[in-house]
Design a protein around this ligand. Structure first.
Ligand code: GRG
Length: 307
């Protein structure tokens, strides 16, 4: 990572790579157990769910859930895993539906043909529906600590995935195609389509660690800045990287005439904005002191990513 991108780290870079690898492996093995086996009838739907869910995703959201629980003092990760999996299931559902011909119409996702290309539109819609439903089933198994009742946790997940956040962002995005948006409108979409699920991932981890409100608030602020920075990077990568590098179709935003950060304010200003937001994310971690270095490293890592 070059010096413009790296902001703060207290663990070594090698330690961080190992940490990411370990957390990813933890998430992967929990995800494999989180949905029915292919042998469960009807096999097709479980094949489709597992095909998209277990493909090569970055696992950012479950990693954030686990890191948030850890920074708030939860050392035993096992009880947080269903929450970590739930956010990844909701995220995967949204990717499957976004790729459908009636939405973004994409052929490639996570380095493979999209779900509907392999299983057909009907099964892909249902695989998304089943992942979303299963996510709430997983949340219902959580045993949260005193401060946060299960009803609050489930309501927060419903809000983040619902028509005021994730779906709001998707609808605004669909309606914006071919139009020139202001940067405030682009930000409105990004905050809902991307940042809301990232904030949810962090809040679920914090709530599972019985975090005091001050810590929960700090992670919410961290997530809002990180989520927006992450989406700006996504917009930048769409115009600067190849499809092979991204594992999904590059240049889609240009073809679909989408108003993105680079389209509205230019590439260089977008890079500066992503850096400013990453700094803001770091500042939100101050309440945790040195304990937050993993989250700070994740923010730096995302700013420096190339896919
Ligand atoms: C269909 C309700 C509904 C919502 C769709 C996910 C989505 C909203 C649209 C996909 C396109 C897009 C730019 C979404 C913003 C969020 C985002 C950057 C998704 C990709 O997340 P990554 O990079 O993907 O973490 P992996 O595959 O690594 O998990």
């Amino acid at each position: 990572m070059n010096s413009r991108k790296a902001i703060r780290t207290t663990h070594g870079a090698d330690g961080f790579s190992l940490y990411l690898k370990k957390q990813r492996a933890l998430a992967e093995s929990a995800l494999k157990r989180s949905v029915p086996a292919v042998s469960a009838r009807p096999s097709t739907i479980h094949q489709a769910m597992r095909y998209s869910l277990l493909a090569a995703g970055k696992r950012l959201r479950p990693i954030l859930t686990l890191a948030a629980a850890e920074v708030c003092g939860r050392t035993d990760v096992k009880p947080t895993l269903p929450a970590a999996c739930a956010v990844e299931l909701i995220h995967t559902y949204s990717l499957i539906h976004d790729d459908l011909p009636c939405m973004d119409d994409d052929n490639m996702r996570r380095g493979m043909p999209t779900c509907h290309k392999v299983f057909g539109d009907g099964v892909a819609v249902l695989a998304g529906d089943a992942l979303l439903t299963r996510a709430f089933g997983l949340l219902a198994t959580l045993q949260p600590p005193k401060r946060y009742p299960l009803s609050q946790i489930i309501a927060e997940a419903a809000e983040a995935a619902g028509s005021l956040q994730l779906i709001a962002g998707q609808v605004a995005d669909l309606e914006a195609e071919g139009k020139r948006l202001s940067i405030a409108d682009v930000r409105f979409i990004h905050e809902r389509k991307t940042a809301a699920m990232i904030v949810l991932s962090l809040r679920l981890g914090a709530m599972m660690a019985n975090a005091p409100l001050r810590q929960l608030g700090a992670l919410t602020e961290f997530g809002k800045s990180l989520g927006l920075a992450f989406q700006i990077l996504d917009d930048i990568l769409d115009v600067t990287q190849s499809s092979e590098q991204l594992g999904k179709s590059a240049g889609k935003d240009l073809t679909a005439v989408k108003s993105t950060y680079p389209a509205v304010i230019g590439l260089e200003a977008s890079r500066k904005e992503a850096l400013r937001l990453t700094r803001k994310a770091h500042a939100a971690l101050e309440v945790f002191g040195e304990k937050s270095s993993r989250l700070a490293q994740i923010a730096d890592h995302l700013l420096g990513r190339t896919y």
